[in-house]
Write a protein that binds this ligand. Structure first.
Ligand code: PHE
Length: 372
């Protein structure tokens, strides 16, 4: 990875019961799509750099090669994620061992960079989350974290208090960024909650007849600054989802395409070309397969999705719960519809039947469910 090499043993430990990193995820470590100048993720990263370089006299430092393997302290404790927060669960996060995770956000580096004396920075990297499967969700994606500190002389003359000052500067900055990337685009701010910022906001952009969340941000909790001796300062932070932005900007309909090495995809993008619209090279037919089973208490949809992805890889487009009922004996049945579709070719019946039969075997073997 850039300078670091990651071995399978560093992340996939077959003997550690806490370890829930499948090989399909291991294979993504080190790909660093954000460092490829002709890849949509790299192009958008460079476009954002350009905005910050040309609009801010005081430079933002850039980090894009920090290891995605971080401690639970970095990923959670340092950014005040409560002990009982869902994001800490094995269901949501990839654990290497009880103290080590694949970062689920670039915020994992905030505190460490502050402690090292950095004050304004952009951190770009691959982040990992266990999630359901559809066109805008993929268990690996890329984020850019922005962080900016202010001192009393910055807000003293403004006549407003420091928190409000930071919040206004933040929104102005991100609206400017959206205009730099998209020109005219419909956007809206939504109030939200993050453990590490207050107030907190999300920016949504109108895309394909729906509002798409593209970033989270807010005014940094004072405790985080205090830990680095910055009691008299105030700061803002944001975390941008680069795939989401790139989908809107380049008109990319499916998040799996970012991982495609098909030349019909890769050849459409050039270094520094922010405006091009992706021309779909054809939509191959989907193939639907249903699977029903009685679940047990330990069943989760994310575990099911990892099994499906482990077998079908990027040939799976969507996994949807289409039926859910509990019988008189208290047994609960789920029926999932799996949509198989390749971005690159037509799948044969035989191939899909084979995938589905492997899914059935593996689901029964690994998930403690009873097939119906
Ligand atoms: N880390 C948050 C996420 O991944 C985004 C965020 C970053 C929010 C910085 C606020 C400040 O969802």
């Amino acid at each position: 990875i850039g300078g670091v090499t990651i071995a399978r043993n560093d992340v996939v430990r077959d003997d550690d019961p806490t370890n829930n990193v499948p090989d399909s995820i291991f294979s993504k470590l080190g790909m660093q799509l954000h460092r490829r100048d002709k890849h949509p993720i790299g192009i958008i990263k460079n476009g954002i750099y350009e905005y910050f370089d040309s609009n801010y006299a005081k430079k933002f430092e850039k980090f894009e090669d920090l290891s995605p393997i971080v401690s639970t302290k970095q990923n959670f404790d340092d950014v005040l994620v409560p002990a009982d927060h869902v994001s800490r669960s094995l269901n949501d996060t990839y654990y290497v061992d009880p103290q080590t995770v694949l970062r689920c956000h670039t915020s994992a580096h905030q505190a460490e960079l502050l402690r090292k004396g950095h004050r304004r920075f952009l951190v770009t990297g691959d982040v990992y989350r266990r999630d359901s499967i559809d066109a805008t969700h993929y268990p690996v994606f890329h984020q850019m974290e922005g962080f900016c500190i202010f001192s009393p002389e910055d807000w003293n003359d403004s006549g407003i208090d420091s928190t409000l000052y930071a919040a206004e500067d933040l929104k102005k900055c991100l609206e400017g960024l959206a205009r730099h990337l998209f020109g005219a685009v419909e956007m809206r701010w939504v109030d939200t909650y993050f453990p590490f910022t207050n107030p907190s906001f999300e920016l949504e952009i109108y895309f394909k007849e729906d509002w798409l969340e593209v970033l989270g941000c807010g005014v940094t909790e004072q405790v985080i600054l205090k830990q680095s001796g910055l009691d008299n300062n105030v700061a803002w932070a944001f975390g941008l989802g680069l795939e989401r932005l790139a989908m809107v900007l380049f008109d990319i309909p499916d998040i799996r395409l970012f991982w495609s090495s098909d030349e019909r995809f890769t050849s459409q993008f050039g270094k520094g070309e922010l405006g091009v619209k992706f021309k779909p090279f054809s939509k191959y037919p989907p193939c639907y397969k249903d699977i029903s089973f009685w679940i047990s208490d330990s069943f989760t949809e994310n575990n099911f999705c990892d099994v499906v992805r482990g077998i079908a890889g990027d040939l799976v487009e969507e996994v949807k719960l289409i039926d859910n009922f509990t019988n008189k004996k208290g047994m609960t049945s789920h029926c999932y519809r799996i949509v198989f579709r390749s971005m690159e070719r037509s799948l044969t019946d035989e191939e899909v039947n084979d995938l589905q039969s492997k899914v059935r075997d593996e689901v029964q073997r690994k998930l403690n469910v009873e097939l119906r």
